[in-house]
Design a protein around this ligand. Structure first.
Ligand code: ARG
Length: 259
């Protein structure tokens, strides 16, 4: 207790010095206060990604159908009846009074999921949500280029969850490059990587299950990935790893039709 108090006092002293130094530097204070979404992102506008869902266990998801959310297998504990999950949709601000909140009725975790690859799951909702859905990539045609990621997860490694939806753009990383970081932990046929060589922008804890997406040839958003894992967040040389949606599109469609 004594030690903690002392550290608290020291922290206050350092904070005072830090504020003084910041005031002396020529950078505006607002530059330090700028939101760092996801990691290295910015705030999404209300309605910009209407298919984005926050799940009560602390994950993201996307509306696959009006009554089905696509998320990550590691966000759920198995398959079967489940009325314990709340999906929040329709808002960038999770505390907004206009948030749409719907309970789950069922969960389907990817058959055979064992913690390596295959990181997808479906959550059936008690009521349909009348918002646009996000279509899934059914071929590898869009598994390249720049992707958008969004979520309410940590804005830095070890950081807290966010009240406001953050978004960022990350470029595709090919399997060979991604394997340089992760070796045989990567399942190249089932996972797709994205991030900058120098790091700085990434999804992070709490973004899991959320979509990675881009525009298709018609200008519509198509989901190419599901936030899955990475070594830390936004570290140089360690891209984010996403479930490769095109690999599982047929399995997901089949599972959804039987849910
Ligand atoms: N597994 C994390 C979650 O449950 C997501 C981690 C994503 N990490 C990354 N570096 N892209 O929220």
């Amino acid at each position: 207790m004594k030690l903690l108090k002392k550290i608290g006092g020291l922290n206050r002293a350092f904070a005072t010095v830090a504020v003084a130094l910041a005031a002396l530097s020529l950078q505006p204070l607002s530059a330090h206060a700028a939101p760092q979404p996801v990691v290295g992102g910015t705030r999404a506008a209300q309605g910009e990604f209407p298919f984005m869902v926050r799940l009560s266990m602390g994950c993201g998801g996307a509306l696959y159908a009006k009554n089905i959310v696509l998320t990550a297998a590691h966000c759920v504990s198995g398959s079967g009846s489940n009325t314990s999950i709340t999906a929040t949709a329709g808002v960038v601000d999770l505390r907004s009074g206009s948030a749409i909140k719907v309970k789950s009725t069922k969960v389907l975790q990817a058959p055979g999921y064992n913690g390596k690859g295959r990181d997808w799951a479906l959550i059936k909702l008690a009521q349909p949500i009348d918002l646009p859905t996000l279509k899934t990539a059914t071929t590898t045609a869009y598994n390249s280029g720049d992707f958008t990621v969004a979520g309410w997860g940590a804005a830095r490694e070890g950081g807290g969850q966010q009240r406001h939806l953050l978004k960022a753009t990350v470029p595709f990383v090919d399997d060979a490059t991604c394997e340089q970081a992760y070796g045989s932990d990567l399942v190249p046929g089932e996972e797709i990587c994205a991030g900058f060589p120098q790091g700085g922008v990434d999804t992070c804890q709490g973004d899991s299950g959320g979509p990675m997406f881009r525009k298709d040839d018609t200008g519509a958003y198509v989901q190419v990935g599901i936030v899955s894992w990475g070594q830390g967040c936004a570290r140089p040389g360690y891209p984010g790893v996403y479930t490769e949606v095109s690999t599982f599109a047929a399995d997901i469609a089949r599972a959804a039709s039987g849910l």
